[in-house]
Design a protein around this ligand. Structure first.
Ligand code: CMP
Length: 142
């Protein structure tokens, strides 16, 4: 167990429904702190780059269209085992498979419009954090 940082995105289906506060509360109430945060509109090229690992998947073009369809909130969550903890708080990618009480069970609309993204490993957390944030934009509590 160690203190980690992970990248989290609140996706357009959630920003459009004005539930970013409810989602942020889930992280804070379950032990994660927000140490960086901004609300942005992703460009198509940035979206393609961010999701490049999925570029051969049949859903890639729809995913790019969806993630650029409205504002997103990108944030860095910090805490004990933040990467795994965030994934537990989010629940399964497909909301139909997500456990009760998870963000995706409570709020997601579909496997595409699934409200949140979270890094899936230490390597991706590092690279995804760097993708969106400069060091000067990160403000840990101490
Ligand atoms: P995310 O955690 O952001 O990582 C990749 C995204 O692709 C995933 O959440 C889903 O929103 C989306 N995704 C994964 N599988 C599918 C699928 N079968 N159909 C449509 N979108 C998918």
């Amino acid at each position: 167990m160690s203190i980690e940082k992970t990248l989290s995105i609140i996706k357009p289906d959630a920003t459009k429904r004005n539930i970013t506060g409810k989602i942020i509360s889930c992280f804070e109430e379950q032990g994660l702190s927000i140490v960086a945060q901004k609300r942005i509109l992703l460009s198509e090229s940035k979206a393609r780059e961010f999701y490049a690992v999925h570029s051969e998947k049949p859903f890639f073009e729809d995913l790019v269209k969806y993630i650029t369809s409205g504002p997103v909130v990108v944030q860095i969550l910090e805490g004990q085992d933040a990467i795994a903890r965030n994934r537990k708080i989010m629940g399964a990618t497909n909301p139909e498979e997500a456990e009760e009480g998870t963000i995706r069970k409570q709020f997601a609309l579909s496997v595409e419009a699934n409200s949140v993204h979270g890094s899936d490993s230490q390597e991706t957390a590092k690279s995804e954090i760097k993708f969106f944030f400069d060091n000067s934009e990160i403000a840990p509590i101490d």
